[in-house]
Design a protein around this ligand. Sequence first.
Ligand SMILES: [Zn+2]
Length: 328
Amino acid sequence: MDDFVQKTLADFVPAQTEGEGPGFDWKWLAQGVLRLTPHSQVEQSLVLSAGIHGNETAPVEILSQVLDALWRGDMDLCWDVLVVLGNPKALQTGKRYQACDLNRLFGGRWKTIDQGIERERAAQLEQVVSDFFSGSPPTRWHLDMHTAIRGSLHSRFGVLPARNAAWPSAFLQWQEEAGLEALVFHQTPGGTFTHFTAQYFDALSCTMELGKAMPFGQNDLNAFSATRFALTQLLANGPVSVQDSGKSVLRCYKVCQQLTRTGDDFILHIPDDTLNFTPFRQGTLLAEDGNHKQVVQQDTEYVLFPNRLVAPGLRAGLMLAEIPHPYG
Ligand SMILES: [Zn+2]
């Protein structure tokens, strides 16, 4: 199963669905889903996903390079790995999604829509991830790689799902090694792929936003070299927890309010070209719908993913408050 990414994009269905690579067994589980099991016993399992949004191609190219290195035998694999190309149909057409946003449908939310490729895909991915984690070692990570639609004051950042327990420092430190400049901590459950793996399998999960989305072949992959290097190191050596040197430059935020499109009269007072993490002062009017107004409540809040063109009931943006570093 070399050229897994190209074969997935070409809708190729292999005649042979399992075999051996250098130091690991592979099994093709579905279109865009490949399991790699090292021959040596390992204590950690990793879901490595990209292409949940079909127009976010750079992480798919990174994943392809990392898989090529594994197939060449450039490194040993010390994780049980489930590789997932989230939405192959959308990747083939270069669209974010076909019928609806796959990354809003996890945790069973796909049951609330009637039909479409994404409904079926969310159900399928929940099943394969469930099978994977149920038979896998106890240390569970999920790295879901994306690129952002808009520009951002932090060019690379991670969004972490709600979690009751503290986040282990090895996991957060790895995010910084992978080139992330900021982490955003969700406080409530959601329908993303990473929320699903965190909530149902207690995985340490992160949605990694790795820069601006471009079509296949037009990405400057040098901009992603830190991520690719950190990923290669992680697969070969596992998470390395280093003593905090006090040199961390990672900025941390928590979600403090959500802007939801309430109906047709909803007005979002944040311009379309606003960069992610743009600060707003206390009292600034952010959104309104008739008598209902949402303003900045803290001294300063930072906007993330503002989007007035969502359907009623869906998220039109998140507001963040900066928090102290959760480690060190
Ligand atoms: Zn995305």
